[in-house]
Write a protein of this length. Structure first.
Length: 184
């Protein structure tokens, strides 16, 4: 296993295990688990919690100068793991139906995941210490500036789409609660 890809392998194995559980439910119930029933809701809730953790915990740690809760590299790995596994669980929650606000939320989720994969590639092109600080002198200053510009441009796309995703997700959750719970 490559040292720099540990979080990707862990996410891959977690998704394999989740797929196995999903397949077991499909075999036992002889249907794709509906999004509005216990298993589908569970997948959606846990996946969304993972996505919230992805969005908030890494960002909080990155911006916190006074609190040092572990290395930034470990937080980035956690961010990548939850950023892959959470959306996968939300995708399974959809029951393969992509209508209305839920469909738009799923589309935004997939865009954010693909954007995150691109961002990880850009981020890994800039040499860093274990704490996530850039190492000066290993690349020419011009190449380092080009990498920083790419990362800044990527942030200008990834973060607003992520915010739109969470607004859409909260609207979806509110509508689901309203229509499925309060109108009964």
């Amino acid at each position: 296993m490559l040292r720099g890809n540990k979080e990707l392998w862990l996410a891959f194995f977690a998704m394999i295990a989740i797929t196995g559980l999903y397949a077991l439910v499909v075999v036992l119930t002889r249907e794709i688990p509906p999004a509005g029933e216990l298993f589908g809701h569970g997948m959606g809730i846990v996946g969304f919690i993972f996505m919230l953790m992805t969005e908030t915990l890494y960002s909080l740690r990155k911006r916190s100068r006074s609190v040092t809760w572990g290395r930034m590299s470990a937080w980035l790995k956690f961010h990548i793991f939850t950023g892959l596994v959470g959306p996968y669980m939300v995708l399974l929650h959809t029951s393969w139906k992509f209508n209305g606000i839920a469909g738009a939320t799923t589309l935004l989720t997939m865009i954010v995941v693909v954007s995150g994969i691109i961002g990880r590639y850009i981020f890994t092109r800039i040499p860093r210490t274990l704490d996530g600080l850039e190492i000066e002198g290993t690349l020419s200053q011009e190449a380092l500036k080009h990498g920083r510009r790419l990362l800044a441009l990527w942030h200008m796309v990834h973060i607003p789409i992520g915010m739109a995703l969470f607004i859409s997700a909260f609207v979806h959750i509110g509508a689901a609660l309203y229509y499925a719970t309060f109108l009964r």
